[in-house]
Each structure stands twice: as C-alpha cells, then as structure tokens.
Design a protein around this ligand. Structure first.
Ligand SMILES: CC(C)(COP(=O)(O)OP(=O)(O)OC[C@H]1O[C@@H](n2cnc3c(N)ncnc32)[C@H](O)[C@@H]1OP(=O)(O)O)[C@@H](O)C(=O)NCCC(=O)NCCS
Length: 143
C-alpha cells in the first residue's frame, strides 16, 4: 500500500536507495530532509519501493523513484508516480520535471511510457561524464 513515509522508515529507504542507485544513493541526511521538508513528498510502498518529489510554485521535481529489483515490471513505479502527480496537482503544480541518466534505459522507457517528453540534455552531468536527459510532464487532473 502506498503511503507517506515517516522518519522511522529511513533504514528501509536506505536499503532501497543502495540497491537501486549504488554509489549515487542518497545519504541518511538527504532522506531525512526529504521526509521532513515542507515542500517535499516522500511515498513508500510496502518497504520495497519509494519515490520523492519537491514542489516549488508550479513545478514539481521528481527527485527519486525506485523499486527493488524483485518487484519491477508490476506497475509499482507507475502507481507511485500516479500518487505523486495527484499530490503535485493538489499543491498547485502544473508540470513535473526530472533528470535521468542517458544510459538508464529502464528509467527512460518508464518515463516515456508514462508520458514524459525529453526537453533538454545536460552534457556530462553525472559522475563519469554521462549526460542527463531533462524530461517534462504536463500534469492533468485524474491521470
Ligand atoms: C525505472 C523503475 C523505477 C521502473 O519501475 P517499475 O515498477 O519496474 O515500472 P512499472 O512496472 O511501473 O513500469 C511501467 C511501464 O514502464 C515501462 N518500463 C518499465 N521498466 C522498463 C524496462 N526495464 N524496460 C522497458 N520498459 C520499461 C513499461 O512500459 C512498463 O509497462 P509494462 O510493464 O506493462 O510493459 C525501476 O526500473 C527502478 O527502480 N530502476 C532503478 C532506479 C532508477 O533508475 N530510478 C529512476 C532514476 S531517474
């Protein structure tokens, strides 16, 4: 079941972070700041998938979405994103932005399937010089 994450779940979130992002995993402090932030939304699903977003004005930034390998391709990320889009709309956002590594084929396929469009590229943005693709989704009621 998808619900708002609480501080007591930081350890579970760190397990997801490390399994899904390796060396790029968020630290405990970053996860705690996201859970506590007024403009942030952190959702967790059964302790093995989670997503984080920050809203500023009309723009929602999708900061994290991660599903443990054993639960992938079951629509979990899609459900988390549906819930984040609803939360973003409720906070007054009209669009969602994200950055994804140009070599992350699964995430690119997921975002494209969901309806995001690539709007620009940040050359050498990630460690190792990999480009970031910036993607955008116009938010609509009742996706
Ligand atoms: C990207 C990620 C979040 C997708 O999670 P998921 O729960 O497996 O995604 P869903 O099951 O909701 O997929 C929805 C649709 O996205 C597309 N999709 C998802 N993963 C895909 C893949 N590996 N290859 C191709 N298409 C994919 C498909 O169209 C899929 O629908 P289908 O299964 O009916 O074909 C997951 O692979 C993950 O956690 N990756 C590691 C962390 C990461 O890279 N996060 C994004 C950082 S920007």
């Amino acid at each position: 079941m998808i619900r708002a994450a609480v501080l007591a779940e930081i350890d579970a979130i760190l397990v997801i972070e490390r399994a899904c992002f390796g060396a790029e995993a968020w630290s405990e402090n970053l996860v705690a700041a996201a859970i506590e932030g007024e403009r942030n939304t952190v959702l967790i699903d059964d302790l093995d998938a989670y997503a984080a977003m920050a809203v500023a004005g009309q723009v929602a930034d999708l900061e994290r979405i991660a599903v443990m390998p054993s639960r992938r391709r079951q629509g979990v990320a899609r459900q988390l994103l549906d819930a984040l889009c609803a939360a973003a709309l409720a906070q007054g956002a009209t669009r969602m932005l994200l950055e994804v590594s140009a070599d992350n084929d699964a995430a690119l396929a997921f975002y494209e399937a969901y309806g995001f469009s690539a709007i620009s590229r940040r050359t050498g943005y990630y460690r190792g010089g990999v480009d970031a693709i910036v993607m955008q989704l116009e938010l609509e009621e009742a996706r």
